[in-house]
Design a protein around this ligand. Structure first.
Ligand code: M6R
Length: 622
């Protein structure tokens, strides 16, 4: 994630930049920084660990004057959250400053090459490579800043939205993007002979909207040149001139912060295709059909020699852990146990130094999971963390790990972190399987191939289940729900039930479908909605029989089926459709309609979905 702001005009830049950063803090807030060129032509960079307010505090005595500037609020990807790794980054000569949102996948190669050319680096970030590369292009080709940015970006693999300043050109602001969003705001008076040119840059429109509603959404691989004379020039990497597509923003500020969605939860549900693309970026390769999880590869022997894996987690993270167990056991043929961290920490579990404990946590701050890690470490286990929040307590307490990179999750009900955790655990299983040679090359490559399709298939699922909102209203009467699934879909049943409970306050239970007849079926009557995850896979026929048992007792069937299936659809009262995929990946698709249904049922009941009663986003107490 990360948030970018830029300004060029007649006003003092600093207040505009700081206000913009506050609006973008939802995109990350582990450190922040600002850079301006003052009237004397000096380029300053001020950075601080923590939220934007910490940056404001730290610059109180500093010169923050200037009418051109860039700023950044960070969600760390490479390098821990501290002032050195915060943006903006200077080039070696300190003539340039740059802010960046995205991930430069080939930064290591570029850094090594630049070091050979005499560049020295201050930070551990991928971003510093960009600013050094741009300066190198300026020096090597004796070009202007715009051309240097253009040339530099042709060498970059990955995602970027950038804004760049050059203290030798205090009237020029450069911005560019690929796969990360960037918007240019064009001042209201720019075309007026008496007006003063003004440009704004933002990761979204929130830092811009109060100054102008005229915006240009930069497209992939476009570079924008802006100057005080009101010139806006856009080209692509090949230097082909592009016509700026000026649009008029219709939204208000509140709508914009949530990306036009009424709640963060809905925004995060819809963000999943992109969030998961970020999660797999640089880890799954489409060209080599490979998985690269450096946290595992750096500790290869540990994973090859491990007796077993124990996954500790709470809540939604525990559900993703269960899917991880099924996959890792199947693919890597290693025993996996899944523990509630809150139980594990108070038992006296048998753990040896040949065990690997995997801690899964969105926030990285869950007290029980942290305590489980400490217990595991005290018994000599190697501890691997899977967290979303960079630099969180769990990320720091583990021996190695993998970040989800799905961006900040604000809604209390976890959605994109769940799918991010499932994909990360699958990548973990694939990496171990490859090291242990437990999968044939064909099977491995097929699994990688199919995993790469999942973000698109989630998009399909979002696009093709639009009637969930309407039909969810019907179920506001229900006092109870049952969710059923088998195999990989049993944890999805648990997750669907948890989502509904926590935001609508309707009691819901998730069960393995075949367990129904051992008790819960007594609950079924004509009032009871039963959600059945019934893809045309593995135990399909058996799940169809389970559905018949419920139908016979007049239960209301809400099913999740594979596209084209008519059998289950025919016996269902309501039906959600997902595209076909492999058994092990069905949870990533099947959970999407369940997230949407819980959201819409809660809305119909008038609940506060982003902040449900009695809950907190990170549970830092026992
Ligand atoms: O931050 P964590 O993943 O460690 O949090 C664990 C649970 O508290 C969390 O998943 C909780 O169950 C969510 N509210 C579920 O939506």
């Amino acid at each position: 994630m990360c948030g970018i702001v830029g300004y060029l005009g007649d006003q003092e830049a600093y207040p505009i930049l700081i206000k913009g950063l506050h609006r973008l803090e939802y995109r990350g807030y582990d450190s922040a920084g600002v850079s301006m060129i003052n009237a004397k032509g000096d380029l300053s960079v001020y950075k601080e660990k923590g939220k934007v307010s910490a940056l404001e505090e730290s610059v109180k005595e500093k010169d923050v004057t200037g009418t051109i500037g860039i700023a950044h609020t960070r969600w760390a990807t490479h390098g821990e959250p501290n002032a050195t790794n915060a943006h903006p980054h200077y080039s070696q000569s300190k003539n340039l400053a740059l802010v960046h949102n995205g991930i430069i996948e080939n930064y290591k190669v570029l850094r090594t090459q630049l070091e050979k050319h005499g560049k020295t680096f201050q930070s551990e970030t991928d971003t510093e490579v960009l600013v050094q590369l741009i300066e190198y292009m300026q020096e090597k080709h004796q070009t202007d800043l715009y051309t240097a940015v253009q040339r530099a970006l042709t060498h970059v693999i990955g995602a970027y939205a950038i804004a760049v300043l050059d203290q030798r050109h205090p009237d020029v602001l450069i911005a560019a993007r690929k796969s990360s969003p960037l918007i240019i705001g064009v001042g209201q008076n720019n075309n007026n002979a008496h007006g003063h040119a003004e440009f704004f840059v933002g990761s979204d429109a929130t830092p811009i909207i109060e100054y102008t509603n005229q915006v240009v959404y930069l497209k992939d691989e476009e570079i924008a040149y802006m100057d005080r004379d009101g010139n806006l020039r856009i080209t692509n990497l090949a230097n082909v001139e592009q016509t700026p597509d000026m649009q008029t923003l219709q939204m208000n500020l509140d709508e914009l912060e949530k990306g036009g969605f009424p709640h963060f939860m809905l925004k995060e549900i819809y963000e999943q295709p992109n969030a998961l693309r970020n999660c797999i970026r640089g880890r799954l390769s489409i060209d080599t059909k490979d998985v690269i999880l450096s946290g595992v590869l750096d500790n290869r022997r540990r994973f090859i020699d491990a007796n077993r894996i124990i996954i500790c987690a709470c809540g939604t993270s525990w559900h993703s852990a269960l899917i991880g167990k099924y996959f890792i056991e199947e693919a890597a043929q290693i025993p996996v146990e899944v523990e509630y961290a809150s139980e594990f920490r108070y038992r006296n579990p048998v753990i040896t130094s040949n065990d690997i404990v995997v801690a899964v946590s969105q926030s990285g701050e869950t007290a029980d999971t942290l305590a489980a890690i400490q217990l595991a470490k005290s018994k000599g286990a190697f501890v691997y963390g899977i967290c979303n929040v960079i630099g969180s307590s769990i990320a720091r307490a583990t021996d190695s790990g993998t970040y989800l990179h799905v961006g900040p999750e604000i809604g209390v009900a976890s959605t994109k972190a769940f799918t991010g955790q499932v994909i990360t655990l699958i990548m973990l299983g694939l990496t171990i399987a490859k090291e242990k040679k437990t999968l044939s090359k064909e099977m491995f490559e097929m699994l990688v191939d199919e995993l790469l399709q999942i973000p698109d298939k989630i998009q399909w699922t979002l696009d093709n289940n639009k009637d969930i909102e309407k039909f969810s209203q019907i179920f506001t009467y229900a006092k109870n729900f049952i969710y059923l699934g088998r195999g990989y879909n049993y944890p999805v049943a648990l997750e669907g039930a948890l989502k509904l409970k926590e935001i609508s306050y309707i009691h819901a239970e998730g069960y393995p479908a075949a367990e129904m007849k051992h008790g819960p079926i007594a609950l079924v009557d004509e009032e009871m909605p039963v959600v059945v995850i019934a893809p045309k896979k593995g135990m399909y026929e058996k799940v169809v029989s389970n559905i018949q048992e419920i139908k016979a007792r007049k239960g209301k069937i809400i099913s999740v089926v594979t596209e084209g299936d008519t059998t289950v659809k025919g016996v269902s009262d309501f039906c959600f459709t997902i595209p076909d995929t492999r058994d092990c990946y069905v949870p990533l698709l099947a959970v999407i309609p369940l997230q949407l249904m819980s959201y819409y049922v809660a809305i119909a009941k008038g609940r506060n979905v982003d902040q449900p009663r009695n809950l907190a986003k990170s549970v830092t107490v026992e």
